[in-house]
Write a protein that binds this ligand. Sequence first.
Ligand code: GDP
Ligand code: ZN
Length: 458
Amino acid sequence: MEQDTIAAISTPVGEGAIAIVRLTGDEAISITNQILPTKDLQQVDSHTIHYGKIVDPKTEDQLEEVMVSVLKAPKTFTREDTIEINCHGGMVSVNRVLQLVLRHGARLAEPGEFTKRAFLNGRIDLSQAEAVMDLIRSKTDRAMSVALKQMDGRLSNLIRDLRQQLIETVAHVEVNIDYPEYDDVEEMTHELLRERAQYVKGEIQSLLRTAKQGKILREGIATAIIGKPNVGKSSLMNVLAHENKAIVTDVPGTTRDVIEEYVNVRGVPLRLIDTAGIRETEDIVEKIGVERSRQALQDADLILLVLNGNEPFSKEDQALFEAARDLDVIAIVNKTDLNQEIDMNEVTKAANGAPIITTSLVEEQGIDELEQAIADTFFDGELDQGDLTYVSNVRHIQLLEQSEDALNDALNSLEMGMPLDLIQIDITRTWELLGEIIGEDVHESLIDQLFSQFCLGK
Ligand code: GDP
Ligand code: ZN
């Protein structure tokens, strides 16, 4: 059967430094050969790994140093020829390589298409395929669209827009200082400058917030199940895992792409953190106490705080709520099949607005509601905004943080009533930092840009 060649980013979950572009199909090897001039992969043995340099044949630019795995049909995950290009430069580098293979005849894989081929070619059975598909749908799919959006320049456009705002501000200040006689130019007052700086700061802050969301999409929502001993944490873990097919796969060839602790709750990828502890013994809180569980909580994006409805609300319960303050919490009052000894008023007060779900895990009551609450927490909130621009590159994040600092300096100086030409230094600095994100040659073009703002005397 003739199969066109598909390619996609297939990255081990987590912040690992290695990202993989995977190709599968009849042309996988010949496409790779075109961009890897150092080695003829048709000639090498199957299941071997080769060092090489990716070169864009058009520009002859050397893009990346890579390790390439050559897996020839039929002993591959898809039973087709498969190439895995391991890139070391993270998302940016892997995106570049992906673009290149797409330009040389591969087609971007649909979510799950590798698995579909493995299934169609008889490599795995349907339940295995489903498990992998769930993972892919919940995770890579979204992460992929983030990457794709970045590739089509949304971030750059946004940054350009912010820089434009800043440069206009700077230009205004210059005009006011240098040409006080041009009174048709809107005067740049402290108030106006503050407004602009605030606006840009707000935009930078929302970009930085997306950095966290980007991480969630790539890695799953780090979820900690906490509660006193015996309240039903392990039961909850099991119910979530069974209801949602915990994505545990040892399908050969996929293990690198898969983390075992994923469950997909209505499209929300949950990564149950420290599950070794949760599965093997008891949970974090039982083992190390409330005090130290605070630390574990810091790494969590979502807390499932379990209470025993069959017991009065206790000091420990209260302490857990306090430890989880400022985090996304869903309170679960479990064991509703037993006598209710808990005072729901106390729970409501402690939950402080967090959703409260009542369950009987043994009778499987309330689980739909819980799943809905989980989905709402993430989809009604910020995560579902399909066309948000996500920032996921570490360098970008750092530059955005520095830009925010510089703007804060500007705002502080404004507060203190410093002269505008001093404040302008911080504004210019912000402009330069943002420029580094999109790789503008800052020093040259600052001057050009400044001039292009002046329509005076012409
Ligand atoms: P953990 O210590 O918090 O992990 O709690 P477990 O999940 O190990 O549950 C402790 C005990 O409570 C077990 O015997 C469970 O069967 C029981 N249990 C869990 N959920 C419920 C429930 O909804 N109703 C009742 N009656 N018992 C439950
Ligand atoms: Zn337990």
